[in-house]
Ligand binder design. Structure first.
Ligand code: DGL
Length: 247
């Protein structure tokens, strides 16, 4: 199987990491729209337009599947991507909500969703979680984490004061949905802030769980071919991919 993985920038590499761990694909084509990141502060029509352009780009590769490794795009543009694509398109929000359900034992568990402004405004996670019977929900846009991760700031003073800025009035939840694919990079710091009892839900692990259930992966590929593309400075993206994915 040949998969296309799409994100607004480098965040989707956290999803590639999970896909590699599961060895699902023979070939992975990654596209990061680095020239136009961040998407999380843009409006719905712009996000849809960019997402359709990504589908057009992927048409050069005869893919079997597109994984939208971006919560913002998954929240707004899945329908339009599916209309334009020649292969199935899966997003990370439905799978994220299902992963939360699998991780929690009780329906009145308190769930905190963090993501970009666009993702939080879409209420997509709330809709999915309500339909699974979870109503004790809170959502918070934490967009500053995106540039911090892009700057490779994963711990320390600046991050801690950003936590304080966003979370001062929030009590530790039973589960924290990392509703942005950049956020797993600061997962250890978030876990430390909210404590060990808080279950962190990661888009990459969630989509891997979902794909395992929905698709028949007959073979596994421990050494897939991976190609990285970016709309700006692909060399910088390749460098960071090598570092994060230990390639
Ligand atoms: N990685 C994107 C997401 O999952 C967010 C980054 C952006 O704002 O473009 O929502």
């Amino acid at each position: 199987m040949k998969v296309g993985v799409f994100d607004s920038g480098i965040g989707g590499l956290t999803v590639v990491k999970s896909l590699l761990e599961h060895q699902f694909f023979e070939e992975i084509i990654y596209f990061g729209d680095t020239a136009r990141v961040p998407y999380g502060i843009k409006d719905k029509n712009t996000i849809i337009r960019y997402a359709i352009e990504a589908v057009e780009f992927f048409k050069n590769f005869e893919l079997d599947l597109i994984v939208v490794a971006c919560n913002t795009v998954s929240a707004y543009a899945l329908t339009e991507m599916r209309e334009n694509a020649t292969c199935p398109v899966v997003g990370v929000i439905e799978s994220g909500a299902l992963a939360a359900k699998n991780a929690l034992t009780c329906k009145d568990a308190n769930i905190l969703i963090i993501g970009t402004k666009a993702t939080v405004n879409s209420k997509s996670y709330e809709d999915e979680l309500h339909s699974l019977g979870y109503n004790n929900l809170e959502a918070k846009a934490t967009g500053l984490f995106v540039p911090l991760v892009e700057e490779e700031i994963y711990e320390g003073e600046i991050l801690e004061s950003t936590f304080k800025h966003y979370f001062e009035d929030i009590k530790s939840p039973d589960a924290l949905i990392l509703g942005c694919t950049h956020f797993p990079l600061i997962a250890p710091a978030l876990q430390n802030y909210f404590g060990e009892k808080c279950q962190l839900i990661h888009s990459g692990d969630a989509i891997a769980q979902y794909l395992e259930k929905e698709f028949d992966f007959i073979e596994r590929y421990p050494n897939p071919e991976i190609k990285f593309f970016a709309s700006e400075n692909p060399e910088a993206l390749r460098k960071i991919a090598k570092k994060w994915l230990k390639l």
